[in-house]
Design a protein around this ligand. Structure first.
Ligand SMILES: [Ca+2]
Ligand SMILES: [Ca+2]
Length: 450
Protein backbone atom coordinates (compact mmCIF):
# COMPACT_ATOMS: atom_id res chain seq x y z
CA UNK A 1 0.00 0.00 0.00
CA UNK A 2 2.81 2.30 0.93
CA UNK A 3 4.68 1.57 -2.25
CA UNK A 4 1.74 2.39 -4.51
CA UNK A 5 1.03 5.72 -2.69
CA UNK A 6 4.70 6.66 -3.07
CA UNK A 7 4.61 5.93 -6.77
CA UNK A 8 1.49 8.01 -7.29
CA UNK A 9 2.99 10.92 -5.31
CA UNK A 10 6.32 10.70 -7.12
CA UNK A 11 4.68 10.57 -10.51
CA UNK A 12 2.54 13.60 -9.61
CA UNK A 13 5.69 15.55 -8.62
CA UNK A 14 7.49 14.42 -11.77
CA UNK A 15 4.73 15.59 -14.04
CA UNK A 16 4.45 18.86 -12.04
CA UNK A 17 7.90 19.88 -13.31
CA UNK A 18 6.20 20.65 -16.53
CA UNK A 19 5.62 24.45 -16.66
CA UNK A 20 1.87 24.10 -17.08
CA UNK A 21 1.46 22.29 -13.74
CA UNK A 22 2.85 25.02 -11.50
CA UNK A 23 4.85 24.68 -8.27
CA UNK A 24 3.29 21.68 -6.45
CA UNK A 25 6.38 19.52 -5.76
CA UNK A 26 8.62 20.84 -3.10
CA UNK A 27 12.15 20.00 -4.29
CA UNK A 28 14.43 17.96 -6.56
CA UNK A 29 15.62 15.97 -3.57
CA UNK A 30 12.14 14.70 -2.98
CA UNK A 31 11.88 13.64 -6.62
CA UNK A 32 15.21 11.79 -6.39
CA UNK A 33 14.12 9.96 -3.31
CA UNK A 34 10.78 9.03 -4.93
CA UNK A 35 12.54 7.63 -8.02
CA UNK A 36 14.85 5.54 -5.80
CA UNK A 37 11.76 4.17 -4.05
CA UNK A 38 10.20 3.31 -7.43
CA UNK A 39 13.41 1.56 -8.49
CA UNK A 40 13.41 -0.49 -5.29
CA UNK A 41 9.77 -1.27 -5.77
CA UNK A 42 10.32 -2.47 -9.35
CA UNK A 43 13.31 -4.61 -8.34
CA UNK A 44 11.20 -6.22 -5.62
CA UNK A 45 8.48 -6.91 -8.14
CA UNK A 46 10.94 -8.28 -10.62
CA UNK A 47 12.28 -10.69 -8.01
CA UNK A 48 8.78 -11.69 -7.04
CA UNK A 49 7.83 -12.37 -10.66
CA UNK A 50 10.97 -14.34 -11.25
CA UNK A 51 10.15 -16.42 -8.17
CA UNK A 52 6.64 -17.08 -9.50
CA UNK A 53 8.06 -18.04 -12.89
CA UNK A 54 10.55 -20.41 -11.30
CA UNK A 55 7.74 -22.04 -9.33
CA UNK A 56 5.67 -22.36 -12.46
CA UNK A 57 8.56 -23.91 -14.33
CA UNK A 58 9.05 -26.38 -11.49
CA UNK A 59 5.40 -27.32 -11.58
CA UNK A 60 5.48 -27.86 -15.32
CA UNK A 61 8.56 -30.06 -15.00
CA UNK A 62 6.84 -32.07 -12.29
CA UNK A 63 3.77 -32.50 -14.43
CA UNK A 64 5.93 -33.53 -17.37
CA UNK A 65 7.81 -36.16 -15.42
CA UNK A 66 4.55 -37.49 -13.91
CA UNK A 67 3.06 -37.89 -17.38
CA UNK A 68 6.17 -39.72 -18.51
CA UNK A 69 5.96 -42.04 -15.50
CA UNK A 70 2.31 -42.79 -16.28
CA UNK A 71 3.18 -43.79 -19.85
CA UNK A 72 5.98 -46.05 -18.69
CA UNK A 73 3.61 -47.72 -16.27
CA UNK A 74 1.14 -48.47 -19.13
CA UNK A 75 3.90 -50.09 -21.19
CA UNK A 76 5.01 -52.18 -18.25
CA UNK A 77 1.55 -53.76 -17.62
CA UNK A 78 2.20 -56.32 -20.39
CA UNK A 79 4.39 -59.39 -20.24
CA UNK A 80 7.34 -59.82 -22.52
CA UNK A 81 6.55 -61.07 -25.99
CA UNK A 82 6.59 -64.86 -26.35
CA UNK A 83 7.88 -66.63 -29.42
CA UNK A 84 6.20 -69.57 -31.12
CA UNK A 85 8.13 -72.80 -30.60
CA UNK A 86 10.21 -74.13 -33.48
CA UNK A 87 7.98 -76.34 -35.67
CA UNK A 88 4.92 -74.96 -33.91
CA UNK A 89 2.55 -72.04 -33.63
CA UNK A 90 1.44 -69.57 -30.99
CA UNK A 91 -2.24 -68.66 -30.69
CA UNK A 92 -3.17 -65.35 -29.03
CA UNK A 93 -1.52 -61.98 -29.61
CA UNK A 94 -2.31 -60.05 -26.42
CA UNK A 95 0.46 -59.95 -23.84
CA UNK A 96 -1.54 -57.97 -21.27
CA UNK A 97 -2.07 -59.13 -17.72
CA UNK A 98 -4.67 -61.88 -17.49
CA UNK A 99 -4.41 -62.81 -21.14
CA UNK A 100 -3.51 -66.28 -22.29
CA UNK A 101 -1.51 -67.63 -25.22
CA UNK A 102 -1.68 -71.19 -26.52
CA UNK A 103 0.86 -73.30 -28.33
CA UNK A 104 0.43 -75.89 -31.05
CA UNK A 105 2.94 -78.12 -32.81
CA UNK A 106 3.08 -78.96 -36.49
CA UNK A 107 1.99 -82.45 -37.55
CA UNK A 108 4.61 -84.99 -36.62
CA UNK A 109 5.70 -83.04 -33.54
CA UNK A 110 4.55 -83.30 -29.98
CA UNK A 111 4.39 -80.44 -27.48
CA UNK A 112 6.74 -80.59 -24.52
CA UNK A 113 6.08 -78.03 -21.77
CA UNK A 114 3.10 -75.76 -21.20
CA UNK A 115 0.27 -75.90 -23.68
CA UNK A 116 -0.92 -72.44 -22.59
CA UNK A 117 0.63 -69.63 -20.56
CA UNK A 118 -1.02 -66.70 -18.75
CA UNK A 119 0.44 -63.18 -18.32
CA UNK A 120 0.37 -62.84 -14.55
CA UNK A 121 0.05 -59.71 -12.33
CA UNK A 122 3.76 -59.96 -11.70
CA UNK A 123 4.19 -59.38 -15.46
CA UNK A 124 5.69 -62.84 -15.90
CA UNK A 125 4.26 -65.75 -17.85
CA UNK A 126 2.96 -68.82 -16.07
CA UNK A 127 4.36 -72.24 -17.00
CA UNK A 128 7.36 -73.10 -19.13
CA UNK A 129 8.13 -72.14 -22.69
CA UNK A 130 7.11 -75.20 -24.72
CA UNK A 131 9.09 -76.95 -27.42
CA UNK A 132 7.91 -79.14 -30.28
CA UNK A 133 9.66 -82.49 -30.35
CA UNK A 134 9.75 -84.66 -33.43
CA UNK A 135 7.56 -87.71 -32.79
CA UNK A 136 9.63 -90.82 -33.09
CA UNK A 137 7.58 -93.01 -35.41
CA UNK A 138 10.12 -95.77 -34.97
CA UNK A 139 9.08 -96.41 -31.37
CA UNK A 140 6.44 -98.91 -32.51
CA UNK A 141 9.08 -100.84 -34.54
CA UNK A 142 7.15 -100.57 -37.79
CA UNK A 143 9.82 -102.13 -40.00
CA UNK A 144 9.29 -105.83 -40.48
CA UNK A 145 11.59 -108.69 -41.39
CA UNK A 146 14.74 -107.21 -39.94
CA UNK A 147 14.32 -103.77 -41.50
CA UNK A 148 15.91 -100.73 -39.85
CA UNK A 149 13.64 -97.84 -39.01
CA UNK A 150 14.67 -94.26 -39.82
CA UNK A 151 12.70 -91.57 -38.03
CA UNK A 152 11.81 -88.59 -40.18
CA UNK A 153 9.60 -85.56 -39.74
CA UNK A 154 6.03 -86.81 -39.46
CA UNK A 155 6.97 -90.17 -40.94
CA UNK A 156 9.45 -92.96 -40.89
CA UNK A 157 11.18 -95.03 -43.46
CA UNK A 158 12.52 -98.53 -43.43
CA UNK A 159 15.81 -99.75 -44.74
CA UNK A 160 14.92 -103.32 -45.55
CA UNK A 161 17.02 -106.38 -45.10
CA UNK A 162 18.04 -108.35 -48.16
CA UNK A 163 15.13 -109.96 -49.93
CA UNK A 164 12.47 -107.61 -48.51
CA UNK A 165 10.80 -104.48 -49.85
CA UNK A 166 7.81 -102.26 -49.25
CA UNK A 167 7.20 -99.34 -46.90
CA UNK A 168 7.46 -101.62 -43.89
CA UNK A 169 9.61 -104.33 -45.54
CA UNK A 170 6.51 -106.50 -45.65
CA UNK A 171 6.90 -107.75 -49.23
CA UNK A 172 9.38 -110.41 -50.12
CA UNK A 173 11.33 -109.61 -53.26
CA UNK A 174 10.80 -112.59 -55.53
CA UNK A 175 14.10 -113.86 -56.81
CA UNK A 176 12.97 -113.99 -60.42
CA UNK A 177 12.42 -110.26 -60.34
CA UNK A 178 16.01 -109.58 -59.46
CA UNK A 179 17.13 -110.91 -62.82
CA UNK A 180 14.96 -108.26 -64.45
CA UNK A 181 16.87 -105.42 -62.85
CA UNK A 182 19.27 -104.90 -65.71
CA UNK A 183 16.51 -104.90 -68.28
CA UNK A 184 14.40 -102.35 -66.48
CA UNK A 185 17.35 -100.12 -65.76
CA UNK A 186 18.39 -100.16 -69.38
CA UNK A 187 14.95 -99.32 -70.77
CA UNK A 188 14.28 -96.40 -68.47
CA UNK A 189 15.90 -92.99 -68.46
CA UNK A 190 16.96 -93.24 -64.87
CA UNK A 191 20.05 -91.92 -63.28
CA UNK A 192 22.33 -94.78 -64.10
CA UNK A 193 25.08 -93.41 -61.92
CA UNK A 194 22.82 -93.74 -58.92
CA UNK A 195 21.73 -97.16 -60.05
CA UNK A 196 25.31 -98.29 -60.05
CA UNK A 197 25.71 -97.24 -56.45
CA UNK A 198 22.64 -99.12 -55.29
CA UNK A 199 23.54 -101.91 -52.95
CA UNK A 200 22.81 -105.29 -54.41
CA UNK A 201 20.54 -106.13 -51.49
CA UNK A 202 18.02 -103.44 -52.40
CA UNK A 203 18.17 -103.89 -56.14
CA UNK A 204 15.14 -105.34 -57.87
CA UNK A 205 11.89 -104.14 -59.38
CA UNK A 206 10.57 -103.05 -55.98
CA UNK A 207 13.49 -100.64 -55.70
CA UNK A 208 14.42 -98.24 -58.49
CA UNK A 209 16.89 -95.42 -58.75
CA UNK A 210 15.32 -91.97 -58.60
CA UNK A 211 15.60 -89.27 -61.23
CA UNK A 212 17.43 -86.31 -59.77
CA UNK A 213 17.92 -82.78 -61.06
CA UNK A 214 19.85 -79.99 -59.43
CA UNK A 215 17.98 -76.67 -59.41
CA UNK A 216 19.83 -73.68 -57.94
CA UNK A 217 22.03 -75.91 -55.88
CA UNK A 218 19.19 -78.02 -54.48
CA UNK A 219 18.74 -81.60 -55.57
CA UNK A 220 15.21 -82.63 -56.47
CA UNK A 221 14.56 -86.34 -56.91
CA UNK A 222 11.44 -87.90 -58.35
CA UNK A 223 10.26 -91.47 -58.79
CA UNK A 224 8.35 -93.34 -61.45
CA UNK A 225 4.60 -93.69 -60.81
CA UNK A 226 3.96 -96.27 -58.11
CA UNK A 227 7.29 -95.62 -56.41
CA UNK A 228 8.26 -93.29 -53.63
CA UNK A 229 11.48 -92.01 -52.15
CA UNK A 230 12.05 -93.69 -48.87
CA UNK A 231 14.82 -93.64 -46.41
CA UNK A 232 17.54 -91.06 -46.20
CA UNK A 233 18.82 -91.97 -49.59
CA UNK A 234 16.98 -89.81 -52.12
CA UNK A 235 18.65 -91.81 -54.89
CA UNK A 236 16.39 -94.77 -54.13
CA UNK A 237 12.73 -95.16 -55.01
CA UNK A 238 10.78 -97.94 -53.35
CA UNK A 239 7.59 -99.48 -54.69
CA UNK A 240 4.44 -98.24 -52.94
CA UNK A 241 2.66 -101.17 -51.38
CA UNK A 242 -0.86 -100.09 -52.31
CA UNK A 243 -2.31 -103.20 -50.68
CA UNK A 244 -0.81 -102.27 -47.34
CA UNK A 245 -1.45 -98.56 -47.76
CA UNK A 246 -5.16 -98.91 -48.47
CA UNK A 247 -5.74 -101.95 -46.35
CA UNK A 248 -8.06 -100.21 -43.93
CA UNK A 249 -7.99 -96.79 -45.49
CA UNK A 250 -10.83 -94.36 -45.73
CA UNK A 251 -10.93 -94.88 -49.45
CA UNK A 252 -12.08 -98.42 -48.73
CA UNK A 253 -10.43 -101.63 -49.65
CA UNK A 254 -8.74 -101.71 -52.98
CA UNK A 255 -9.87 -105.23 -53.75
CA UNK A 256 -13.00 -107.17 -52.96
CA UNK A 257 -10.94 -110.26 -52.18
CA UNK A 258 -7.15 -110.19 -52.26
CA UNK A 259 -4.64 -107.53 -53.18
CA UNK A 260 -1.31 -108.43 -54.75
CA UNK A 261 1.40 -105.81 -54.62
CA UNK A 262 3.40 -105.53 -57.81
CA UNK A 263 6.41 -103.37 -58.69
CA UNK A 264 4.99 -99.95 -59.47
CA UNK A 265 1.40 -101.06 -59.00
CA UNK A 266 -0.93 -103.72 -57.62
CA UNK A 267 -3.58 -106.10 -58.82
CA UNK A 268 -6.60 -107.78 -57.29
CA UNK A 269 -7.04 -111.50 -57.26
CA UNK A 270 -10.12 -113.62 -56.74
CA UNK A 271 -10.61 -117.12 -55.36
CA UNK A 272 -11.15 -120.08 -57.66
CA UNK A 273 -14.57 -119.99 -59.28
CA UNK A 274 -14.49 -116.23 -59.77
CA UNK A 275 -13.17 -113.88 -62.42
CA UNK A 276 -11.81 -110.43 -61.67
CA UNK A 277 -14.33 -107.87 -62.90
CA UNK A 278 -13.53 -105.35 -65.61
CA UNK A 279 -12.78 -102.61 -63.06
CA UNK A 280 -10.08 -104.91 -61.71
CA UNK A 281 -11.28 -104.74 -58.13
CA UNK A 282 -14.26 -107.06 -57.71
CA UNK A 283 -14.90 -110.74 -58.27
CA UNK A 284 -17.65 -112.18 -60.41
CA UNK A 285 -18.82 -115.75 -60.13
CA UNK A 286 -18.12 -117.97 -63.12
CA UNK A 287 -21.31 -119.60 -64.34
CA UNK A 288 -19.98 -123.13 -64.84
CA UNK A 289 -23.41 -124.37 -65.88
CA UNK A 290 -23.72 -121.88 -68.73
CA UNK A 291 -20.12 -122.23 -69.89
CA UNK A 292 -19.94 -126.05 -69.75
CA UNK A 293 -17.20 -125.88 -67.17
CA UNK A 294 -19.00 -128.51 -65.13
CA UNK A 295 -18.89 -132.27 -64.92
CA UNK A 296 -22.57 -132.96 -64.26
CA UNK A 297 -23.91 -136.09 -65.89
CA UNK A 298 -26.87 -136.20 -68.22
CA UNK A 299 -29.32 -137.23 -65.51
CA UNK A 300 -28.10 -134.47 -63.26
CA UNK A 301 -28.92 -130.83 -63.24
CA UNK A 302 -26.24 -128.20 -62.97
CA UNK A 303 -26.92 -125.56 -60.37
CA UNK A 304 -24.64 -122.56 -60.55
CA UNK A 305 -23.52 -121.36 -57.15
CA UNK A 306 -21.35 -118.45 -56.01
CA UNK A 307 -17.80 -119.65 -56.41
CA UNK A 308 -18.75 -123.07 -57.80
CA UNK A 309 -21.58 -125.28 -59.02
CA UNK A 310 -23.60 -128.28 -57.87
CA UNK A 311 -24.81 -131.34 -59.77
CA UNK A 312 -28.22 -132.38 -58.44
CA UNK A 313 -30.56 -135.19 -59.31
CA UNK A 314 -34.20 -135.22 -58.37
CA UNK A 315 -35.40 -138.66 -57.35
CA UNK A 316 -39.06 -138.98 -56.49
CA UNK A 317 -39.61 -140.07 -52.88
CA UNK A 318 -40.52 -143.62 -52.04
CA UNK A 319 -43.43 -143.49 -49.61
CA UNK A 320 -45.52 -146.46 -48.56
CA UNK A 321 -49.03 -146.62 -50.00
CA UNK A 322 -48.24 -144.12 -52.76
CA UNK A 323 -46.27 -143.92 -55.95
CA UNK A 324 -44.77 -140.79 -57.43
CA UNK A 325 -43.79 -139.97 -60.95
CA UNK A 326 -41.68 -137.16 -62.28
CA UNK A 327 -43.81 -134.72 -64.23
CA UNK A 328 -41.02 -132.20 -64.76
CA UNK A 329 -37.30 -132.18 -63.89
CA UNK A 330 -38.06 -130.80 -60.47
CA UNK A 331 -41.53 -132.01 -59.67
CA UNK A 332 -43.02 -135.34 -58.57
CA UNK A 333 -46.74 -136.07 -58.54
CA UNK A 334 -48.57 -138.83 -56.77
CA UNK A 335 -50.41 -141.30 -58.88
CA UNK A 336 -54.18 -141.30 -58.19
CA UNK A 337 -54.97 -143.22 -55.06
CA UNK A 338 -57.40 -146.13 -55.12
CA UNK A 339 -60.65 -145.08 -53.41
CA UNK A 340 -60.31 -147.69 -50.68
CA UNK A 341 -56.68 -146.67 -49.79
CA UNK A 342 -57.15 -143.90 -47.20
CA UNK A 343 -53.47 -143.94 -46.21
CA UNK A 344 -52.57 -143.08 -49.79
CA UNK A 345 -54.84 -140.02 -49.82
CA UNK A 346 -53.05 -138.69 -46.73
CA UNK A 347 -49.67 -138.64 -48.46
CA UNK A 348 -48.51 -135.42 -50.20
CA UNK A 349 -49.99 -134.82 -53.63
CA UNK A 350 -46.79 -133.28 -55.01
CA UNK A 351 -43.11 -132.77 -54.21
CA UNK A 352 -41.48 -129.72 -55.74
CA UNK A 353 -37.71 -129.11 -55.65
CA UNK A 354 -36.01 -125.75 -55.71
CA UNK A 355 -32.35 -124.81 -55.49
CA UNK A 356 -31.10 -121.44 -54.38
CA UNK A 357 -27.57 -120.10 -54.51
CA UNK A 358 -26.76 -117.36 -52.03
CA UNK A 359 -23.66 -115.68 -50.67
CA UNK A 360 -22.37 -116.21 -47.17
CA UNK A 361 -23.73 -114.15 -44.29
CA UNK A 362 -26.78 -112.88 -46.11
CA UNK A 363 -28.52 -110.41 -43.82
CA UNK A 364 -31.74 -111.48 -42.12
CA UNK A 365 -34.69 -111.35 -41.93
CA UNK A 366 -35.55 -111.70 -45.59
CA UNK A 367 -37.93 -113.68 -47.76
CA UNK A 368 -36.16 -116.53 -49.50
CA UNK A 369 -39.03 -118.29 -51.24
CA UNK A 370 -42.80 -118.04 -51.77
CA UNK A 371 -45.28 -120.90 -52.08
CA UNK A 372 -48.69 -120.21 -53.60
CA UNK A 373 -51.79 -122.19 -54.40
CA UNK A 374 -52.89 -121.56 -57.97
CA UNK A 375 -56.36 -123.03 -57.78
CA UNK A 376 -57.38 -123.48 -54.14
CA UNK A 377 -59.94 -126.20 -53.69
CA UNK A 378 -60.89 -125.78 -50.02
CA UNK A 379 -61.76 -122.94 -47.74
CA UNK A 380 -58.48 -122.86 -45.82
CA UNK A 381 -54.77 -122.94 -46.71
CA UNK A 382 -52.10 -123.77 -44.13
CA UNK A 383 -48.37 -123.32 -44.42
CA UNK A 384 -45.84 -125.05 -42.22
CA UNK A 385 -42.11 -125.71 -41.97
CA UNK A 386 -41.76 -129.47 -41.78
CA UNK A 387 -38.01 -129.63 -41.33
CA UNK A 388 -34.82 -129.99 -43.29
CA UNK A 389 -31.13 -129.71 -42.58
CA UNK A 390 -30.45 -126.67 -40.32
CA UNK A 391 -33.95 -125.46 -41.22
CA UNK A 392 -35.18 -124.66 -37.73
CA UNK A 393 -32.07 -122.63 -36.98
CA UNK A 394 -32.36 -120.33 -39.97
CA UNK A 395 -35.93 -120.40 -41.28
CA UNK A 396 -39.55 -119.80 -40.41
CA UNK A 397 -42.63 -120.09 -42.60
CA UNK A 398 -45.40 -117.53 -42.48
CA UNK A 399 -48.42 -116.55 -44.51
CA UNK A 400 -47.88 -113.41 -46.57
CA UNK A 401 -51.18 -113.23 -48.45
CA UNK A 402 -54.34 -115.29 -48.48
CA UNK A 403 -52.96 -117.82 -50.93
CA UNK A 404 -49.25 -117.39 -50.33
CA UNK A 405 -46.82 -118.55 -47.68
CA UNK A 406 -43.22 -117.48 -47.46
CA UNK A 407 -40.00 -119.01 -46.26
CA UNK A 408 -38.14 -116.44 -44.20
CA UNK A 409 -34.44 -116.47 -43.44
CA UNK A 410 -34.29 -115.40 -39.80
CA UNK A 411 -30.57 -115.70 -39.10
CA UNK A 412 -27.59 -115.30 -41.46
CA UNK A 413 -25.90 -118.47 -42.67
CA UNK A 414 -22.12 -118.57 -42.55
CA UNK A 415 -20.85 -120.37 -45.63
CA UNK A 416 -19.82 -122.65 -47.05
CA UNK A 417 -22.99 -124.51 -46.13
CA UNK A 418 -26.00 -126.25 -47.56
CA UNK A 419 -29.28 -125.56 -45.79
CA UNK A 420 -32.54 -127.31 -46.60
CA UNK A 421 -36.15 -126.48 -45.83
CA UNK A 422 -39.29 -128.48 -46.38
CA UNK A 423 -42.40 -126.35 -46.63
CA UNK A 424 -45.84 -127.89 -46.52
CA UNK A 425 -48.96 -126.29 -47.87
CA UNK A 426 -52.22 -128.03 -47.02
CA UNK A 427 -55.70 -127.33 -48.32
CA UNK A 428 -58.67 -127.85 -46.05
CA UNK A 429 -62.42 -127.77 -46.54
CA UNK A 430 -64.34 -127.56 -43.27
CA UNK A 431 -61.24 -128.78 -41.44
CA UNK A 432 -60.97 -131.79 -43.63
CA UNK A 433 -57.68 -132.07 -45.48
CA UNK A 434 -58.09 -132.03 -49.24
CA UNK A 435 -54.48 -132.06 -50.27
CA UNK A 436 -50.83 -131.64 -49.19
CA UNK A 437 -48.11 -130.09 -51.31
CA UNK A 438 -44.46 -130.27 -50.29
CA UNK A 439 -41.80 -127.85 -51.51
CA UNK A 440 -38.19 -128.80 -50.82
CA UNK A 441 -35.83 -125.87 -50.95
CA UNK A 442 -32.07 -126.38 -50.94
CA UNK A 443 -29.92 -123.32 -50.34
CA UNK A 444 -26.24 -123.43 -51.33
CA UNK A 445 -24.34 -120.86 -49.31
CA UNK A 446 -20.98 -119.75 -50.72
CA UNK A 447 -17.76 -119.48 -48.73
CA UNK A 448 -17.39 -115.76 -49.37
CA UNK A 449 -19.78 -112.86 -49.09
CA UNK A 450 -19.75 -112.49 -52.88
CA1 LIG B 1 3.15 -101.61 -55.63
CA1 LIG C 1 -20.39 -120.52 -60.17
Amino acid sequence: MFASTAIVTTLLCFFSLHPSFGQECTSRQEIQSSLKQIQKFLSAHEASYLQVLRNLKKKINLLQSNTLKQTTKVINSTCTKLDAPLNGRKLGKSHSVGHEVHFLCDPGFELMGSESRICQESLTWSGQQPTCRDVNECVSSPCLNGGTCMDEVNQFSCVCAKGWAGTTCQSPVPTFFVTMTNTSAATSTVNTAAAATLPAATAGPFVRPSRCTIVQGTTHCTCEPGYTISGRDSNTCTDIDECELFHNGQAGRLCLHACVNTPGGYRCSCPAGYNVTRDGRSCKDIDECATRQNNCTKDQMCINTYGGFQCVRVDCPKIPNATYVKTSPMRCERNPCPVENKLCSQTPNTFSYHYLAVVSNLSAPRVMFRVSALRPMGDTLRFALLGGRLARRHFTVQRSERLTGQLMLVSPVQGPATVEAEVEMSELERRVQLGRYITKITMFVSQYEF
